[in-house]
Design a protein around this ligand. Structure first.
Ligand SMILES: Cc1cc2nc3c(=O)[nH]c(=O)nc-3n(C[C@H](O)[C@H](O)[C@H](O)COP(=O)(O)OP(=O)(O)OC[C@H]3O[C@@H](n4cnc5c(N)ncnc54)[C@H](O)[C@@H]3O)c2cc1C
Length: 224
């Protein structure tokens, strides 16, 4: 069983099918097409990654984003494209999943897992009905992305600050509130940059990012 139907979960499901492992099931808590950050808490209009980067296509050119884009908009348009617009990127996994008939069930959240005599017992909640079912799986793959810790967390110091003064990046944020204000961002990863840019575009006086590392992370973890 795979948990998470974002691009990581889709790629793993595809690879398993290519290896002839066909008795698989993938679940995702999000509604179909809403998996991952793109329609939820990512705000940028384009992907920061270069357009040529791999998605879940496993190096099969006809399944790559480029093939999909060229089929829709033509080769010339691809050449002219600088970065991939987020609103187009979100359509690509939908098509990918459909072409490959990937066995993804949506609105199903993994809520517990217990090792059981060499297998794993999982509890899955259907978020539509609230029904909880138990299943046993031999292998469990967690492709739960940024939500892996199970809940969004904020540093304890935020509890001492009135809620009107801070937001977590997963929340809906009215960036007009930052006009003519100094904004502090805790963190310097993708979401931090994303929200810093949004604040500046909303005419914040300035944005300061605070980072625990001595240097910004420059490694692309998906590039290996
Ligand atoms: C603003 C921003 C910009 C980014 N830009 C880039 C970029 O340009 N290039 C790049 O490579 N990466 C970028 N990223 C990182 C991006 O998050 C990942 O590349 C990509 O989404 C990772 O895919 P994933 O499948 O691992 O996780 P996700 O896309 O996060 O998918 C995880 C899925 O797991 C599901 N899930 C979580 N917990 C459960 C549970 N308990 N039960 C069931 N389902 C569950 C979630 O609903 C979600 O759909 C960016 C991230 C952000 C926030």
């Amino acid at each position: 069983m795979g948990v998470g139907g974002g691009q990581g979960g889709l790629a793993i499901a595809f690879q398993l099918l290519r290896e002839r492992v066909q008795n698989i099931q993938v679940i995702d808590a999000a509604e179909a097409g809403q998996e991952g950050p793109w329609l939820n808490y990512a705000r940028i209009p384009t992907l920061p990654s270069p357009k040529e980067g791999n998605g879940p296509d496993l190096n099969i050119p006809s399944l790559a984003f480029q093939a999909w884009y060229e089929a829709r908009f033509g080769k010339l348009s691809w050449k002219k494209l600088n970065k991939i617009p987020t609103e187009l990127w979100v359509n690509y996994p939908k098509r990918f999943r459909k072409i490959l008939s990937l066995p993804l069930q949506n609105i199903m959240r993994l809520i517990a897992l217990v090792p059981l005599q060499g297998n794993i017992n999982v509890k899955i909640e259907c978020l539509n009905t609230g029904d909880v079912k138990e299943e046993t799986t031999r292998k469990l793959i967690l492709a739960t992305g940024i939500e892996t810790p199970g809940k969004w967390s904020v540093p304890p110091i935020s509890q001492k600050i009135p809620k009107d003064f801070w937001f977590h990046t997963s929340e809906k944020i009215d960036f007009d509130l930052f006009k003519n204000k100094e904004v502090a961002v805790l963190g310097a990863g993708a979401s931090a940059m994303d929200n810093a840019v949004m604040a500046l575009e909303a005419k914040a006086l300035g944005v300061t990012l605070y980072c625990r590392r001595s240097e910004l992370q420059r490694v692309q973890p998906f590039k290996w």
